[in-house]
Design a protein around this ligand. Structure first.
Ligand SMILES: [Zn+2]
Ligand SMILES: [Zn+2]
Length: 282
């Protein structure tokens, strides 16, 4: 068994929201690289509270972030994360948190990435006036465990007061924002930056575990890191009527990020339940 190519290698995590302690444990345990944090202002790539619109996709933004730290440190190995929180792309009436984490290896010319999607995210918003009873909202927002942002009720986000975790500070922020709000109302919303959102932090830890696991696996053909599930084999026969469903997932397909090597992975289902069959349960 040869040592992992990243063992004891320096890897830079570009972050400004204290993500190192969320991501490092999984990489320490599974990869053994020396992950450290480079604190850079990544706001030019879009801010979480939305004052600066993010133009690239979350994955592309994460790649750009990783390269900022790599450029700064002169290293060829970099890591960065980018999350989005909002109506879920598949179940739009529910909020979800999708965390992207990318590992860039410019020595081998590869990018290894993972995505973790969770509905376990505290994200609340309300439009309110000074003096309004916020008891119910503050319960939903899990305040003060989760921090809040207060801003004037305007279409373009500006004058955000962030990181509020204290009831007196909240009241003062509402007063201040109300005075500069054209209609006197303020918007109070969850501060979703990683260091202010425990529920989001948990999801970043989860995506880190997934990525560290993928990075730890080497391709059996070319020994490049990043071996893991890349696709699914489809097509299952119904256990009742035997009809074939072409879209049903039967097995994982494992692959390499560098070469074309593919292997069948974990079997997900041997046959289709009649309840999912187009013939038995149209
Ligand atoms: Zn059937
Ligand atoms: Zn390979």
């Amino acid at each position: 068994m040869t040592a992992h190519p990243y063992l004891e290698k320096k890897v830079v995590l570009t972050s400004k929201h204290e993500k190192l302690k969320l991501i490092k444990p999984a990489f320490d345990a599974l990869v053994g690289c020396e992950l450290f944090e480079e604190n850079l202002d990544t706001d030019q790539l879009g801010t979480f509270s939305g004052e600066i619109e993010r133009v690239a996709s979350p994955r592309e933004t994460a790649l750009q972030k990783a390269r900022l730290g790599m450029k700064e440190t002169g290293l060829l190995l970099g890591l960065a994360s980018e999350g989005s929180i909002g109506p879920d792309p598949v179940i739009p009436f529910m909020n979800s948190n999708i965390e992207h984490l990318v590992f860039v290896d410019d020595e081998n010319g590869i990018v290894i990435s993972e995505i973790y999607r969770s509905f376990d995210i505290t994200a609340a918003t309300i439009t309110a006036a000074p003096g309004q009873d916020l008891t119910s909202f503050l319960g939903t927002a899990d305040f003060p465990r989760h921090a809040l942002i207060v801003r004037p009720n305007t279409r373009v986000k500006s004058d955000c007061i962030k990181g509020i975790t204290d009831p007196d500070h909240l009241i003062a922020a509402i007063e201040v924002s109300s005075k500069i709000s054209p209609n006197g109302f303020v918007v109070i919303e969850s501060d979703l930056r990683a260091m202010h959102s425990p529920s989001r932090r948990k999801n970043i830890e989860e995506v880190a575990k997934l990525l560290a696991l993928r990075v730890s696996h080497l391709c059996p053909e070319c020994d490049i890191p990043g071996w893991g599930q890349v696709d699914y084999k489809k097509g299952l026969n119904c256990s009742e009527c035997g009809m074939n469903n072409l879209t049903a997932i039967s097995q994982e397909i494992l692959g390499c990020v560098k070469c074309d090597h593919r292997q069948p992975g974990k079997v997900i289902a041997e046959s289709l339940e009649p309840a999912q069959c187009n013939f038995c349960n149209p």
